[in-house]
Design a protein around this ligand. Sequence first.
Ligand code: GLA
Length: 714
Amino acid sequence: MRRALLPIACLCAAFFAASVSTAAAENNGVALTPPMGWNDWYSVYCGVNAQLVEQTAEEMVADGMKAAGYDYVNIDDCWMASTRDASGNLVADPTRFPDGIKPVADYVHSLGLKLGIYEDAGTTTCAHYPGSFEHEAQDAATFAAWGVDFVKYDRCNIPYGDFPGESEEQVQQTLYTRMSNALKATGRPIVFSMCNPDPGDDPWQYGPSIANLWRTATDIQDNFGSMLANFEGTVDHYTDAGPGAWNDPDLLQIGNGGSSLLDYTTEFSLWAELSAPLIASTNIAALTHSELAIYENPNVIAVDQDPLGRPSVAISRANGLWVLTKQLSGGGRAVLLFNATNTAATISTTAAAAGLPTSRVYQMQNLWTNAVTQTGGAITAFVPGHGVAMFTVTTLGKRHARKLPSHTVLSLDAASPQVGVGGSTTVSESFTNVGVSDVKKLRLSLAARPGWQVKPLGRAGTRLLGAGQRFTVVYRVTAPRSGPPLAFSIFKGGASYDPLDGRRTSSATLGELVSSPVHAPLSITDVTTHRAAFGASGRSLAISARGLGVFNPPFGALPTDSYAAIFEHAACRRSCTAQVTVTSDPAGGTSGGAGLIERDDMTAGKHSRAGVVLFVNSNATIVMAWNGSGGADVDQHVAVPSITVKAPVGLRLVRRDSTYAGYYSIDHGKTWNPVGTVTVAASASRGRLDVGVFHASGLPTWTTTATFKNFRVR
Ligand code: GLA
């Protein structure tokens, strides 16, 4: 089954890099490469104090972060006393910073590091400490006198009413310019970091001429969906950034415990491609070896800190498979293949598409494994879901090429990404040699979990695989006869081969979704834009889906009615009780989640009136949302304040005509706490209703799987 490798389509964006123009950058002489450092916010929020800052600085020296380039030690909100002194000067909170800020700055400086601080353009900060509004020059002078090297400047509580006729954005521009000028007037080189990332703000439009950084996306959370959203909100602003002026997709979350090492590796790689500030917002002292190794990867840091200061350009992104290329000062490119989906996939581009000059052969250095290989032009890798493959690619002379092994890719591809229990499909395992020299004695293998049958349909090896050739084996795979509602099963492919100078191995894994079918009286519906998967086993249910949800989130602008559900048609007469336990809910965004749903026509989505939902929201609270107006959408909601729930969560929805009472239980049904009692518009709660469980991942480009047990309607 050997065949020649098809030429990979050359992307037409080949010459984009040459045409990128960098906007006028802030000329205060600092942040010529993106700032690197630490910020306390996501490790302690308002718990900052002098000891934490000084100990973190010591830790950054001791654990190698300083040597790796991290030099800013930044204090976020809550460092201040609640009022200014009699002369209107800012003062530090006497308990948190008993000797004030200056001695902390002096200590941080004595370690060869720099100190950052936080303020706000409004009358108070986001946490309600004194803001710099109409104190800009005074506060800038205070910061300079203390020895501050970095000011993060927020946008909470701005008195917009004082600026009649001006848009919020115009007012922000005025106030940010004031502080920018005030900092310059102090004569101290201070990084000025704008923090005004609300939806509708476009700070990249005016930021480059007055600031070193501007936020491009809302406050990040420690999950893949949030990281992806902040990346997506930043990547297309590459022309706005350059030396002295950078897009800021927010603080790095690596180490905060909410994501996998794979996701953290991706976050770091993406931020480096974006030329984003690398500011760790975590407890530095508690980082594991592996987390520290991400922060200190010199190859990836070098991409971020490349003196040319050109953020990468996305040359393709179809179906969540991204190719980014970043021009480097030495003439090479940092190419990132990023798989934003949940399923492993081959991602490919070419050296020409990545902007490299024509050459017979190129060198690829894998920035995470350090492997160095040669390629005839194809830049390709089999990338796990959520993962990246990151390379620096340079042209290579023929003589040097002989000393390097060919770049090879082992990939797996299932004919169908989902099978029912007992069902079968085929998996192709391919080994591709994109280098300019032969690979010898190739052997392939495929392993599956117990209970699966795996049968190769052809030879599983070849003596010789020439340059540019691919070898494929197809296997018939058959799933076990029974299982949970939805289960990911893993296939592990292995290759053993000799590229040049001895045996090597490589491996690849692919997930296959195995579902147990949903039977009557339950039905399924999918009103998202991406195919959902469903499974049922007794009263345990599972839904794997995208979709923005049913709940109309606070900003109001996102579409609703985008979810997948398993439901019982017309199960609720005028009164009924629906109940379920949500056993996992990995949703993201602001509107994702999993829970109960009742509406007149579950399958019609937008084309029917929404009814009521009670669900575990992506930010781990319980939300009840309903159609109060009788319009098309859910337009009212209540959330249980100040709880953070972790699955399993019991949800109960009791209907009496158009009145609904919602309850939740976090002690396995022993106690049921009220969420709210609400009245749904009569037109959205007529007669019999469909009742079910629903899931929405909360982001249009992200699929997650929610699981449920004990679903019943009485
Ligand atoms: C805003 C900012 C955060 C953080 C907090 C502090 O939400 O976006 O980065 O500084 O304020 O209150």
